[in-house]
Write a protein that binds this ligand. Sequence first.
Ligand SMILES: [Zn+2]
Length: 163
Amino acid sequence: MSAARDEPRFLVDRMLGTLTRYLRFMGYDTESAHSIRPGNAREDTILLKRAEQEGRILLTRDRELARRGGDRAILVTGAGVIDQVGQLAGRGVIEPELRMTRCSLCNEPLRAASAAQIRGSAYAPEKRDDLVFLWCRPCRRLYWAGTHARNIGKRLSEEFGKE
Ligand SMILES: [Zn+2]
């Protein structure tokens, strides 16, 4: 896999929580407006400023915010997450492939889980032979390439697969 130098990074508004998780499952560095306290009247301005400072593409369902963001913003129009992913893939912004390199909850890059972390997790599957386990340190959360990830991967390859 090539280095992350040309990878787009995203900042996503509150309306697009599912898209945020999908982008993280696809390995994209994706921050959410949820990190801003709700009810802040200046939220739009904060988002625009942060996108610019951090070199992130702002994804929003808000037409006015997209307009203010200019080149740095994309108005996301799809009704469901697959349409939204399709819109970004269609514009060549992302490669819709499951990579499981980031925590879908907090955006932290995942690292290989230790045997103790796997053992210590109440919800790790019993049959582990051909599973790859990953660990999010801030969330203390175990991930594995199992059912949930496979379903998302399958959905993406059905929709966007190149075969
Ligand atoms: Zn996490």
